[in-house]
Design a protein around this ligand. Structure first.
Ligand SMILES: Cc1cc2nc3c(=O)[nH]c(=O)nc-3n(C[C@H](O)[C@H](O)[C@H](O)COP(=O)(O)O)c2cc1C
Length: 127
């Protein structure tokens, strides 16, 4: 499903749980919400404030494992030092779908799944 479409968005505050989990995410408010992809986990390229493209794992949807019902477009920058990206401008190119959003039995199962998603995303982005 790779396309040349770059989604634009600005980083808004999340609950901060991602950082606690060790997988920080930038929660985006998309400039064109109707372009938000279906719920799921995706491999993507991300550009922050017009910088170089960076490999990313994107989660779209609620987070049933932590009982979050709100649907969010979240971007985790793979192997990127954690820093405050609040209000930064993002561009995201969705490259391929990895899996559905799941409700895991524990936070450690969730973090294992995210670690795996990042490996899968890197492979997909290299090919
Ligand atoms: C690559 C990736 C995959 C994710 N997959 C799931 C999932 O399958 N189920 C789930 O409940 N949350 C999933 N999450 C979302 C995390 O639960 C969420 O980032 C974390 O709880 C922080 O949420 P917050 O920004 O609302 O604090 C995923 C996050 C990432 C970055």
């Amino acid at each position: 499903m790779s396309s040349d479409l770059w989604l634009h968005g600005k980083v808004v505050r999340g609950a901060g749980r991602g950082r606690e989990l060790g997988w920080p995410t930038a929660n985006l408010e998309l400039a064109t919400p109707s372009l938000q992809p279906d719920e799921g986990v995706y491999a993507a390229w991300a550009r922050v404030d017009n910088g170089d493209r960076l490999p990313a794992a994107v989660h779209v949807g609620p987070a049933p494992t932590v009982n979050r019902t709100k649907s969010i477009f979240e971007v985790h920058l793979i192997n990127f030092p954690d820093r405050d990206l609040y209000e930064m401008e993002f561009e995201v190119q969705i490259v391929e779908r990895i899996r559905d959003v799941e409700k895991f039995d524990s936070l450690s199962d969730l973090t294992d799944a995210i670690a795996n998603d990042c490996q899968v995303a890197l492979k997909l982005l290299q090919s």
